[in-house]
Write a protein that binds this ligand. Structure first.
Ligand SMILES: [Zn+2]
Length: 284
Protein backbone atom coordinates (compact mmCIF):
# COMPACT_ATOMS: atom_id res chain seq x y z
CA UNK A 1 0.00 0.00 0.00
CA UNK A 2 1.02 3.60 -0.42
CA UNK A 3 1.44 5.72 2.69
CA UNK A 4 -1.88 6.94 4.12
CA UNK A 5 -2.50 10.10 6.12
CA UNK A 6 -2.63 10.25 9.89
CA UNK A 7 -6.15 11.79 9.60
CA UNK A 8 -7.38 8.69 7.83
CA UNK A 9 -5.93 6.43 10.55
CA UNK A 10 -7.23 8.61 13.40
CA UNK A 11 -10.69 8.92 11.86
CA UNK A 12 -11.08 5.16 12.10
CA UNK A 13 -9.59 5.17 15.60
CA UNK A 14 -12.18 7.75 16.62
CA UNK A 15 -14.98 5.55 15.33
CA UNK A 16 -13.54 2.48 17.07
CA UNK A 17 -12.58 4.34 20.28
CA UNK A 18 -8.99 3.10 20.32
CA UNK A 19 -5.61 4.80 19.85
CA UNK A 20 -2.84 4.25 17.31
CA UNK A 21 0.83 4.27 18.24
CA UNK A 22 3.15 6.78 16.64
CA UNK A 23 6.63 5.34 16.95
CA UNK A 24 9.81 7.32 16.42
CA UNK A 25 12.43 5.95 14.06
CA UNK A 26 15.94 6.98 13.15
CA UNK A 27 17.43 3.94 11.41
CA UNK A 28 16.52 0.94 9.30
CA UNK A 29 16.29 -1.51 12.19
CA UNK A 30 13.76 0.61 14.05
CA UNK A 31 11.63 1.14 10.93
CA UNK A 32 11.62 -2.63 10.45
CA UNK A 33 10.74 -3.17 14.12
CA UNK A 34 7.78 -0.77 13.84
CA UNK A 35 6.45 -2.41 10.68
CA UNK A 36 7.10 -5.93 11.94
CA UNK A 37 5.16 -5.17 15.11
CA UNK A 38 2.25 -3.56 13.26
CA UNK A 39 1.99 -6.50 10.87
CA UNK A 40 2.18 -9.07 13.66
CA UNK A 41 -0.60 -7.21 15.50
CA UNK A 42 -2.58 -6.44 12.31
CA UNK A 43 -2.65 -2.82 13.41
CA UNK A 44 -2.50 0.50 11.57
CA UNK A 45 0.69 2.35 12.48
CA UNK A 46 2.29 5.78 12.35
CA UNK A 47 6.02 5.98 11.71
CA UNK A 48 7.31 9.33 12.87
CA UNK A 49 10.62 11.13 12.62
CA UNK A 50 11.82 14.10 14.60
CA UNK A 51 13.98 16.86 13.19
CA UNK A 52 16.90 15.21 14.98
CA UNK A 53 16.19 11.88 13.30
CA UNK A 54 15.96 13.60 9.91
CA UNK A 55 19.30 15.30 10.54
CA UNK A 56 20.83 11.97 11.56
CA UNK A 57 19.51 9.69 8.82
CA UNK A 58 18.74 12.19 6.05
CA UNK A 59 15.28 13.23 4.89
CA UNK A 60 15.37 11.10 1.74
CA UNK A 61 16.46 8.02 3.66
CA UNK A 62 13.69 8.34 6.25
CA UNK A 63 11.10 8.92 3.51
CA UNK A 64 12.50 6.12 1.35
CA UNK A 65 12.45 3.59 4.18
CA UNK A 66 8.91 4.50 5.24
CA UNK A 67 7.59 4.36 1.67
CA UNK A 68 9.15 0.95 1.12
CA UNK A 69 7.81 -0.27 4.45
CA UNK A 70 4.30 0.90 3.54
CA UNK A 71 4.49 -0.67 0.06
CA UNK A 72 5.40 -4.04 1.48
CA UNK A 73 3.06 -3.91 4.46
CA UNK A 74 -0.42 -5.34 4.65
CA UNK A 75 -1.46 -2.69 7.20
CA UNK A 76 -2.06 1.08 6.81
CA UNK A 77 1.14 3.08 7.43
CA UNK A 78 1.49 6.86 7.75
CA UNK A 79 4.70 8.93 7.85
CA UNK A 80 4.60 11.86 10.24
CA UNK A 81 6.98 14.68 11.17
CA UNK A 82 7.28 14.87 14.97
CA UNK A 83 7.75 18.37 16.45
CA UNK A 84 8.44 20.37 13.32
CA UNK A 85 9.37 23.78 14.69
CA UNK A 86 9.44 25.77 11.47
CA UNK A 87 7.27 26.31 8.41
CA UNK A 88 10.32 25.41 6.28
CA UNK A 89 10.82 22.04 7.98
CA UNK A 90 7.16 21.15 7.46
CA UNK A 91 7.39 22.11 3.77
CA UNK A 92 10.54 20.03 3.24
CA UNK A 93 8.81 16.98 4.70
CA UNK A 94 5.64 17.50 2.66
CA UNK A 95 7.75 17.82 -0.49
CA UNK A 96 9.67 14.66 0.36
CA UNK A 97 6.45 12.64 0.74
CA UNK A 98 5.45 12.74 4.41
CA UNK A 99 1.69 12.26 4.73
CA UNK A 100 1.43 14.19 7.99
CA UNK A 101 3.33 16.91 9.81
CA UNK A 102 3.27 18.31 13.31
CA UNK A 103 3.82 22.01 13.52
CA UNK A 104 4.96 22.65 17.08
CA UNK A 105 4.40 26.31 17.83
CA UNK A 106 3.95 25.69 21.54
CA UNK A 107 6.85 27.98 22.41
CA UNK A 108 5.23 30.85 20.50
CA UNK A 109 2.63 33.24 21.91
CA UNK A 110 -0.92 31.99 21.13
CA UNK A 111 -1.57 34.39 18.23
CA UNK A 112 1.71 33.47 16.54
CA UNK A 113 1.11 29.76 17.10
CA UNK A 114 -2.31 30.13 15.41
CA UNK A 115 -0.88 32.15 12.51
CA UNK A 116 2.04 29.79 11.85
CA UNK A 117 -0.15 26.68 12.18
CA UNK A 118 -2.54 28.21 9.63
CA UNK A 119 0.35 28.92 7.25
CA UNK A 120 1.36 25.25 7.37
CA UNK A 121 -2.29 24.15 7.08
CA UNK A 122 -2.89 26.20 3.94
CA UNK A 123 -0.21 24.25 2.06
CA UNK A 124 -0.89 20.89 3.72
CA UNK A 125 -4.62 21.06 2.86
CA UNK A 126 -3.84 21.74 -0.80
CA UNK A 127 -1.78 18.57 -1.08
CA UNK A 128 -3.79 16.30 1.25
CA UNK A 129 -1.35 16.14 4.16
CA UNK A 130 -2.57 16.04 7.79
CA UNK A 131 -1.47 18.55 10.41
CA UNK A 132 -1.04 18.12 14.17
CA UNK A 133 -0.48 21.16 16.36
CA UNK A 134 0.54 21.59 19.99
CA UNK A 135 -0.95 23.79 22.66
CA UNK A 136 0.54 23.98 26.13
CA UNK A 137 4.11 22.97 26.79
CA UNK A 138 5.05 19.31 27.01
CA UNK A 139 8.31 19.58 28.92
CA UNK A 140 11.18 17.17 29.38
CA UNK A 141 11.50 14.90 32.40
CA UNK A 142 14.80 16.60 33.11
CA UNK A 143 13.04 19.94 33.64
CA UNK A 144 13.12 20.82 37.31
CA UNK A 145 9.83 22.63 37.83
CA UNK A 146 7.54 23.62 40.67
CA UNK A 147 3.84 22.76 40.88
CA UNK A 148 2.76 26.25 39.79
CA UNK A 149 5.22 26.20 36.90
CA UNK A 150 3.84 22.82 35.87
CA UNK A 151 0.28 24.17 36.04
CA UNK A 152 1.25 27.05 33.74
CA UNK A 153 2.62 24.63 31.15
CA UNK A 154 -0.56 22.54 30.91
CA UNK A 155 -3.05 23.10 28.09
CA UNK A 156 -5.82 25.55 28.91
CA UNK A 157 -9.13 23.97 27.75
CA UNK A 158 -10.71 27.26 26.61
CA UNK A 159 -7.58 28.15 24.70
CA UNK A 160 -7.67 24.69 23.09
CA UNK A 161 -11.24 25.35 21.93
CA UNK A 162 -10.26 28.70 20.44
CA UNK A 163 -7.13 27.23 18.85
CA UNK A 164 -8.98 24.40 17.11
CA UNK A 165 -11.79 26.71 15.93
CA UNK A 166 -9.38 29.24 14.48
CA UNK A 167 -7.09 26.70 12.78
CA UNK A 168 -9.08 23.57 11.91
CA UNK A 169 -6.09 21.34 12.68
CA UNK A 170 -6.59 17.60 12.25
CA UNK A 171 -5.32 16.66 15.70
CA UNK A 172 -4.11 18.42 18.82
CA UNK A 173 -1.20 17.54 21.11
CA UNK A 174 -1.98 18.57 24.66
CA UNK A 175 0.05 18.99 27.83
CA UNK A 176 -1.70 17.13 30.66
CA UNK A 177 1.29 16.10 32.73
CA UNK A 178 3.37 13.85 30.49
CA UNK A 179 6.96 14.68 29.60
CA UNK A 180 9.57 13.64 27.05
CA UNK A 181 12.33 11.28 28.16
CA UNK A 182 12.72 8.85 31.07
CA UNK A 183 10.52 9.59 34.10
CA UNK A 184 12.12 9.64 37.53
CA UNK A 185 8.88 8.95 39.43
CA UNK A 186 5.42 8.02 38.20
CA UNK A 187 3.89 10.69 35.94
CA UNK A 188 0.61 12.21 37.17
CA UNK A 189 -1.86 12.85 34.38
CA UNK A 190 -4.54 15.52 34.71
CA UNK A 191 -7.54 13.50 33.52
CA UNK A 192 -10.06 16.19 34.49
CA UNK A 193 -8.28 18.61 32.19
CA UNK A 194 -8.24 16.05 29.39
CA UNK A 195 -11.97 15.44 29.84
CA UNK A 196 -12.68 19.15 29.67
CA UNK A 197 -10.52 19.65 26.58
CA UNK A 198 -12.23 16.76 24.80
CA UNK A 199 -15.66 18.19 25.62
CA UNK A 200 -14.65 21.47 23.92
CA UNK A 201 -12.74 20.29 20.84
CA UNK A 202 -13.87 17.76 18.26
CA UNK A 203 -10.49 16.59 16.95
CA UNK A 204 -8.43 13.55 17.99
CA UNK A 205 -6.13 14.25 20.95
CA UNK A 206 -2.45 13.33 20.84
CA UNK A 207 -0.48 12.22 23.88
CA UNK A 208 3.27 12.92 23.80
CA UNK A 209 5.84 11.63 26.27
CA UNK A 210 3.90 8.39 26.73
CA UNK A 211 6.88 6.10 27.38
CA UNK A 212 6.89 5.18 31.06
CA UNK A 213 3.25 6.15 31.62
CA UNK A 214 1.57 3.12 33.25
CA UNK A 215 -0.69 1.09 30.95
CA UNK A 216 -3.77 1.82 33.05
CA UNK A 217 -3.22 5.58 32.76
CA UNK A 218 -2.77 5.27 29.00
CA UNK A 219 -5.99 3.27 28.74
CA UNK A 220 -7.86 5.85 30.77
CA UNK A 221 -6.52 8.65 28.56
CA UNK A 222 -7.71 6.70 25.49
CA UNK A 223 -11.17 6.32 27.05
CA UNK A 224 -11.19 10.13 27.38
CA UNK A 225 -10.37 10.81 23.72
CA UNK A 226 -6.65 10.27 23.11
CA UNK A 227 -6.28 8.71 19.65
CA UNK A 228 -2.54 9.00 18.91
CA UNK A 229 0.06 7.94 21.45
CA UNK A 230 3.71 8.84 20.84
CA UNK A 231 6.41 6.41 21.90
CA UNK A 232 10.13 7.04 21.52
CA UNK A 233 11.99 6.52 24.82
CA UNK A 234 10.69 2.96 25.34
CA UNK A 235 12.06 1.97 21.92
CA UNK A 236 15.44 3.57 22.64
CA UNK A 237 15.64 1.73 25.96
CA UNK A 238 14.78 -1.66 24.46
CA UNK A 239 17.07 -1.19 21.47
CA UNK A 240 20.12 0.20 23.27
CA UNK A 241 19.88 -1.95 26.38
CA UNK A 242 19.83 -5.05 24.19
CA UNK A 243 22.87 -3.87 22.23
CA UNK A 244 24.65 -3.23 25.52
CA UNK A 245 23.76 -6.66 26.86
CA UNK A 246 24.98 -8.47 23.73
CA UNK A 247 28.23 -6.53 23.68
CA UNK A 248 28.81 -7.23 27.36
CA UNK A 249 28.08 -10.92 26.91
CA UNK A 250 30.21 -11.25 23.79
CA UNK A 251 32.97 -8.63 23.96
CA UNK A 252 34.64 -10.15 20.89
CA UNK A 253 31.56 -9.86 18.64
CA UNK A 254 32.27 -7.68 15.61
CA UNK A 255 29.35 -8.60 13.37
CA UNK A 256 26.86 -5.69 13.53
CA UNK A 257 24.05 -8.07 12.60
CA UNK A 258 24.62 -10.08 15.75
CA UNK A 259 24.26 -6.91 17.83
CA UNK A 260 21.58 -5.00 15.91
CA UNK A 261 19.48 -8.08 15.14
CA UNK A 262 18.57 -8.79 18.78
CA UNK A 263 18.10 -5.04 19.35
CA UNK A 264 15.58 -4.95 16.49
CA UNK A 265 13.77 -7.94 18.04
CA UNK A 266 13.58 -6.23 21.43
CA UNK A 267 12.26 -3.02 19.87
CA UNK A 268 9.61 -5.00 18.00
CA UNK A 269 8.52 -6.73 21.20
CA UNK A 270 7.98 -3.49 23.14
CA UNK A 271 6.14 -1.93 20.18
CA UNK A 272 3.82 -4.96 20.01
CA UNK A 273 3.08 -4.60 23.72
CA UNK A 274 2.23 -0.92 23.26
CA UNK A 275 -0.03 -1.63 20.28
CA UNK A 276 -2.00 -4.08 22.42
CA UNK A 277 -2.36 -1.51 25.22
CA UNK A 278 -3.59 1.10 22.72
CA UNK A 279 -6.28 -1.31 21.48
CA UNK A 280 -5.39 -1.11 17.80
CA UNK A 281 -4.53 -4.82 17.35
CA UNK A 282 -6.69 -6.37 14.65
CA UNK A 283 -7.88 -2.94 13.42
CA UNK A 284 -5.88 -2.85 10.19
ZN1 LIG B 1 6.59 14.97 21.65
Amino acid sequence: MALVTVSEILQRAEEGKYAVGAFNCNNMEIVQAIIGAAEAEKSPVIIQASQGAIKYAGLDWITGMAKLAAQQAGVPVALHLDHGTSFEQCMQCIKAGFTSVMFDGSKLPLEENIAETNRVLAVARAVGVSVEAELGKIGGTEDDITVSEREAMLTDPQEAKEFVERTGVDSLAVAIGTAHGQYKGEPKLDFERLKEIKSLVNVPIVLHGSSGVPDEAIKKAISLGVRKVNIDTNIREAFTNTMRRVINEKPGEIDPRKILGPAREAAMEIIREKIRVFGSSGRA
